[in-house]
Design a protein around this ligand. Structure first.
Ligand code: HEC
Ligand code: HEC
Length: 322
């Protein structure tokens, strides 16, 4: 318990790192509980953990995934090797304490399973997984276990961990101010930085390599590889906040704000699947099946740039994006 408290206050200190103060993620201890629960509960925690590590190939989830990603690719493994325990932005430490939580996007109170399904539709470019399926319950069981011993702190503003809340809100505002000023020169700089600092793992064309996940584009068979335009990562400001905190792998916090902004200006200007909420929902979806008061939402690379007052053609210097 003591160790976890120390971890929490250090992680809170790291929130400051986002807007200037440098503190390496590796210095902050954050970890899952030492032991799994007994019996059937323990089995479900382990199943959830396995799914987070192999989402696009796991037999219980692969048909719901529309790209080559796994949950742990963005909810990174901490020093204990468990998905979602890394202390950077998008950690799952503390997440379960915030739920059920209010979400502005859905204009409804969301459960942890609802929230995970939103990552299935957007970050995983896939479909919602039934909330009474073993896989959905197992993922929620695993995420809940990570908050063992932490006090409930339901979130009235956004469906996320108290560890992430200020970081997303502050980071999004901060990077929006930077991105709104972007020009073609920032894109060119982002391209250069991408090749110097990212391409060795993610590939020159964002296609990924081995265990290094893809960032954009399609494979040879025409299947999309990465997150779609409805995902948090595809928003220029949120993507930059995540990258600043977590990348290059093991060196989170080393890029400057402008570098993070320019790199994601480049990455998010590359081709990726468009998001149309209605096409992602089960047929005849109603409240109760899809817990949301908002049933229409559409995004493309072009509209994601427009949101910041940017014309993607001018930013790229060509007309290659639909
Ligand atoms: C491409 C990156 C990416 C992948 C892959 C991904 N997520 Fe997320 N996830 C995010 C981002 C970004 C947020 C926060 C975005 C926001 O709130 O705007 C988030 C938030 C969440 C949250 C809320 C947690 C919190 O405290 O902030 C949960 C739960 C979650 N994701 C579950 C999942 C699950 C389960 C999977 C795998 C099925 C998954 N995610 C895959 C990027 C990703
Ligand atoms: C040393 C290799 C390495 C380098 C360099 C690196 N990454 Fe990553 N990156 C990874 C790995 C590995 C993951 C997934 C983490 C996991 O699964 O444990 C990842 C995950 C990501 C993700 C979320 C998952 C996805 O595919 O959408 C993004 C976005 C990302 N990296 C962007 C960058 C950017 C931008 C840079 C350059 C500033 C960078 N990375 C540099 C290895 C690297």
């Amino acid at each position: 318990m003591k160790m976890r408290n120390i971890g929490q206050s250090l992680a809170a200190t790291a929130l400051l790192a986002l807007c200037g103060v440098q503190l390496s993620a590796a210095e902050i201890p954050a970890a899952a509980p030492k032991a799994y629960p007994e019996g059937e509960l323990g089995r479900m925690v382990k199943l959830g953990e396995a799914i987070m590590n192999e989402t696009d190939t796991h037999p219980l989830t692969k048909e719901y995934v529309g790209n080559k990603l796994k949950c742990k690719n963005c909810h990174l493994q901490g020093s204990d090797g468990k998905p979602g325990t890394a202390p950077g932005i998008a950690t799952w430490i503390g997440t379960a304490t915030a739920f059920p939580a209010y979400s502005k996007r859905e204009k409804s109170v969301q459960t942890l399973q609802d929230r995970s399904n939103n990552c299935f539709m957007r970050s995983m470019n896939g479909k919602r997984i039934p909330v009474d399926s073993e896989a959905s319950v197992a993922m929620a069981t695993y995420i809940t276990w990570l908050s063992t011993g932490m006090p409930i702190k339901q979130n009235t503003k956004m469906p996320c961990s108290p560890m992430n809340s200020d970081r997303w809100m502050g980071g999004a505002k901060h990077f929006a101010r930077i991105q709104k000023k972007a020009t073609h020169a920032n894109y060119v700089n982002g391209h250069k930085l991408y090749e110097a600092k990212c391409a060795s793992c993610h590939g020159k064309n964002g296609e990924g390599m081995g265990t290094f996940p893809p960032l954009w584009g399609k494979d040879k068979s025409g299947q999309w590889l990465a997150y779609n335009t409805g995902a948090g990562m595809s928003k220029l400001n949120k993507g930059a906040a995540w990258v600043k905190s977590n990348m290059p792998l093991g060196q989170g916090g080393t890029l400057s704000d402008q570098e993070s902004a320019d790199i994601m200006l480049y990455v998010d200007a590359q081709p990726r699947a468009s998001f149309d909420l209605q096409k992602r929902l089960p047929p005849k979806c109603e409240m109760g099946i899809y817990n949301s008061k908002v049933l229409k939402e559409k995004h493309s690379v072009r509209s994601n740039f427009k949101q910041f007052g940017l014309d993607v053609d001018k930013i790229r210097g060509d007309h290659k994006i639909k």
